[in-house]
Design a protein around this ligand. Structure first.
Ligand code: HEC
Length: 114
């Protein structure tokens, strides 16, 4: 079989794009584990469980410069109303002390790269 240059470039691109996504996903999960945070009880990277999938969260806030700050505050205070179509109105529990704010900041920054 003779592979065209375009096929090779396209294949490489797909492989690299998937690797980048897998890295962002595993980085985010590692941060949650290191922080011993409860996030994954209600969230998954690419599937809704109790809360929205984090990939959808990243897509929703893409290009929103305030997202980092707003979402960190939301995880600390808890809240509802932004994803009712998916959650049926279930709230996110507040995280006032655990995990510490620095960990939440890292998790949100990583999640927004998904
Ligand atoms: C008890 C279940 C639960 C836990 C634990 C939980 N979440 Fe959530 N999360 C939710 C629900 C439900 C929503 C949707 C809230 C809404 O409709 O505004 C949500 C929404 C979010 C959003 C989007 C907020 C928005 O306004 O768009 C982010 C970001 C998020 N969670 C991150 C986290 C992180 C980080 C953790 C761990 C520190 C965490 N969640 C732990 C249930 C949970």
């Amino acid at each position: 079989m003779k592979l065209s240059f375009t096929t090779i470039v396209t294949t490489l691109f797909i492989v690299l794009a998937n690797t980048a996504y897998a890295d962002a996903a595993s980085d985010t999960i590692a941060l949650v584990k290191n922080a011993k945070a409860d996030c994954m009880q209600c969230h998954q990277i690419d599937k809704k469980i109790v809360g929205p999938s984090w990939k959808e969260v990243a897509a929703k806030y893409k290009g929103d410069a305030t997202a980092q700050e707003v979402l960190v505050a939301k995880v600390i205070k808890g809240g509802n109303g932004h994803w009712n179509d998916q959650t049926g109105g279930l709230p996110m529990t507040p995280h006032p002390v655990k995990p510490p704010k620095e960990d939440i900041e890292k998790i949100i920054a990583s999640l927004l790269q998904l």
